[in-house]
Design a binder for this molecule. Structure first.
Ligand SMILES: *Cc1c(COP(=O)(O)O)cnc(C)c1O
Length: 463
């Protein structure tokens, strides 16, 4: 006990450690407040270690100094940072959904400074934020008009607030979607000031259900794409085409929330049944909305397309200003949309589309190349190339899996769960999925330039 007390008394003063050269230098880049906090933490943990009997001597000042600087560096690393997505899920919501195309990155850089955001260069007069993206979207999807806001939830909120505040919004019970992280479409609808008028049942909704619900209070007919689940078996839902005819008959706007937003024709995608934006507009929807960072493969954004007079009304709504898109996202979106002017180029240069359309044979070759890289790194594990099926993710093509190949890694001297955690904390972190006692690395979402980093992280984690 006395020995412990004697040791506790020998813990150096905060100020003493703060005066050490490396710690003083750290103040330059980390700031005094953070450095003082780090010093306190190092000394507190030393005290706790001594009290618990886990530490039996006071480390040297050099060691404490080093610990402090390392803690500061580690804290900085815990901010937002690049990770390697080895899951094969192209639209991984927790990993930032769509990675941007090279051209979008360049546009971001250019937009970081001053730019002609709302300034018409030829006339020198005030311009509009949507000048460049709106015509691109209209041409791409065959729309009369367009409006871009912060994200798709904002697009939905703006549309509902504009057309059904104090009115009823008719929607099928089969389409009351929870998007993720506890956010639900019905709650967003309630925020718009409209009243939800649910029709049909979970599995079956007919046109007559909508028709019977229409009254003087009705403000809008809404169709929500069930983006992250499917109702299969004994089920029926009403197609946009029928709903549009019903809306036209009763002079009510029909909005289709498509969520994922496939803007190419359906045949360009390696899955089926995902409603495309151009087709939904051709089917007569008055308005459609979707995200910029799902199948479109761009930055976070909410895109509204459809009838000119409806879009114009939304543009004038006060919420439009509160929900507007920022300049960086707008620049990245414009660059992404320009790639779509040539669908072939879009599929090569937009990472999400490239990942989704990668064919099995090329994925097999990439998996073999990654496998070789891992073997050559000397990582202490078993490796083999296995067939692998991957979901699209991000609320697109639910229930459908794309064929490919992955490298399956089996560590020799630790549990696979332990390896998974070590890789998550590597630099850069590698996010991989455990399946059947092996860790899978899917080249569909790993760029070839990262193969070496994946192998190095594995070798280091297993070293
Ligand atoms: C993803 C999704 C949303 C939300 O879009 P955000 O861009 O994330 O705001 C809304 N509706 C549907 C149907 C979706 O799939």
């Amino acid at each position: 006990m006395d020995e412990k007390r004697a040791l506790l008394q020998k813990i150096p003063q905060v100020d003493l450690l703060l005066r050490r050269e490396a710690v003083r230098e750290a103040c330059e880049s980390f700031g005094h407040t953070a450095v003082r906090k780090a010093v306190r933490q190092v000394l507190d943990s030393l005290r706790a270690g001594l009290l618990a009997g886990e530490v039996r001597e006071i480390p040297s000042m050099e060691a404490l100094e080093k610990q402090t600087v390392e803690a500061l560096k580690k804290a900085r690393e815990s901010g937002l940072r690049r990770v390697i997505n080895a899951t094969g899920v192209a639209l991984h919501t927790n990993l930032g959904r769509a990675p941007l195309a090279e051209k979008a990155l360049k546009a971001l850089e250019a937009a970081a400074g001053y730019l002609n955001l709302e300034y018409d260069l030829p006339s020198g007069e005030r311009g509009s934020r949507g000048t460049f993206v709106e015509p691109l979207l209209c041409a791409l999807c065959g729309s009369e008009a367009a409006l871009v806001v912060n994200n798709n939830a904002a697009a939905l909120l703006l549309a509902l607030s504009t057309f059904s505040k104090g009115k009823e919004i008719v929607v099928s019970r089969g389409e009351l979607v929870e998007i993720g992280d506890g956010f639900r479409i019905p709650d967003i609808m309630a925020e718009s000031g409209g009243t939800l008028c649910e029709v049909g049942s979970t599995n079956k909704t007919r046109l007559s259900d909508y028709e019977n619900a229409i009254n003087e209070q009705t403000g809008m007919l809404l169709k929500v794409h069930t983006s992250n689940y499917r109702v299969i078996g004994f089920s029926a839902s009403v197609q946009v085409r029928e709903l549009a005819a019903l809306g036209a008959k009763h002079n009510l706007p029909v909005l289709a929330d498509l969520g994922s937003g496939a803007v190419l024709e359906a045949s360009e995608y390696p899955f089926s049944g995902e409603p495309t934006v151009p087709q939904t507009l051709r089917d007569g929807a008055d308005l459609v909305c979707f995200s910029g960072d799902k199948l479109l493969g761009g930055p976070q954004a909410g895109i509204l397309l459809g009838k000119k007079e409806l879009i114009a009304r939304m543009k004038r709504h006060p919420l439009a200003r509160a929900l507007r898109i920022d300049k960086l996202s707008l620049a990245a979106l414009e660059a992404t949309l320009r790639l779509y002017e040539n669908p072939k180029r879009a599929k090569e240069e937009i990472p999400v589309l490239a990942s989704l359309s990668a064919v099995s044979e090329s994925l097999r070759r990439q998996a073999q190349a990654l496998c070789r890289e891992i073997v050559e790194s000397g990582a202490d594990c078993g490796t083999r190339v296995v067939p692998q099926q991957r979901p699209v993710g991000g609320g697109a093509a639910p229930g459908q899996l794309l064929d490919g190949f992955a490298v399956a890694v089996c560590p020799h001297r630790c549990a696979v769960e332990q390896l998974e955690a070590l890789l998550r904390n590597a630099n850069p972190p590698v996010i991989a999925r455990i399946f059947d006692g092996e860790l899978l690395f899917d080249p569909a979402t790993i760029s070839e330039s990262d193969f070496e980093a994946v192998a190095a992280a594995l070798a280091k984690s297993l070293g």
